[in-house]
Design a protein around this ligand. Structure first.
Ligand SMILES: Nc1ncnc2c1ncn2[C@@H]1O[C@H](COP(=O)(O)OP(=O)(O)OP(=O)(O)O)[C@@H](O)[C@H]1O
Ligand SMILES: [Mg+2]
Length: 224
């Protein structure tokens, strides 16, 4: 997992600390190689590269560089063969960092909160995906959208999910990630949900999501 959000929430919710020392920013600038950045988590075979607020400085530095959208892609290049999956956590708003993330990626999974404004942000993101494909010739696939913070007792949540399933031009994953106390608590303990509360409904939902994602890979092999 590469934390590519300067807020570093993925790092701190995995480890309980925001991180000290080298992080993805130093990888981007080329001052440290990836093998010095990779850290082990408490989950077997789940390695990560931390982020830090340094990364927002990278934005400013990169703006004037040629090939500024390709820094993360180049960084990942030598890493790709070593892992089955590389997850890149991106900041919520569109920026040069997000572009770097999308260009480094083969496919994108889009979490959609079951709230009205989520659908607006979604069309903006899909426009960006189209722009990357057409103007930058980057064949980014949309693996799918996943409904999250879902409370089936709320009418709005049900409407948003239904709307998405009807109109979204790509796959919407079957599983809905429920709004769940254990998922809200886990980051505060610096533990991933699979360790914090492995049998909770939140953990089960994320496990099902992982199964759906892994199943897609089988589908892709069939297509090839
Ligand atoms: N399904 C859920 N149920 C309850 N709380 C949740 C759920 N998902 C996330 N949260 C809470 O919301 C916080 C933010 O979640 P998360 O980091 O996944 O969102 P994000 O959209 O990536 O945030 P950001 O935009 O800051 O990167 C989490 O720390 C957690 O406490
Ligand atoms: Mg985030």
């Amino acid at each position: 997992m590469i934390d590519f959000d300067p807020q570093a929430n993925a790092t701190s919710s995995l480890t309980g600390i925001r991180s000290a020392g080298n992080n993805i920013y130093h990888g981007l600038t080329g001052s440290v190689s990836y093998d010095q950045l990779i850290r082990f988590s408490d989950i077997l075979n789940y390695h990560y590269i931390p982020s830090s607020s340094d990364l927002s400085g990278a934005l400013v530095e990169l703006v004037s560089m040629s090939g500024r959208e390709y820094y993360l892609r180049n960084f990942i290049h030598n890493l790709r063969q070593q892992y089955d999956y590389i997850l890149i956590d991106l900041p919520p708003s569109l920026s040069l960092l997000t572009l770097n993330g999308l260009i480094a990626a083969d496919e994108v999974i889009i979490p959609v909160q079951a709230e009205y404004y989520s659908l607006e942000g979604l069309s903006e993101l899909l426009q960006t995906v189209d722009l990357l494909r057409e103007r930058m010739h980057h064949p980014l696939r949309v693996a799918g959208a996943v409904v999250t913070l879902y409370d089936k007792r709320e009418r709005l949540a049900r409407d948003v999910a239904k709307n998405l399933r009807t109109h979204f031009p790509y796959r919407v994953f079957d599983v809905e990630i429920p709004r769940a106390v254990s998922l809200a608590e886990a980051p505060g303990f610096g533990k991933p949900i699979l360790i914090y509360d492995p049998n909770s409904i939140g953990a089960n939902a994320y496990r099902r999501l992982a199964e759906e994602v892994i199943a897609l890979e089988g589908g892709l092999k069939d297509e090839l």
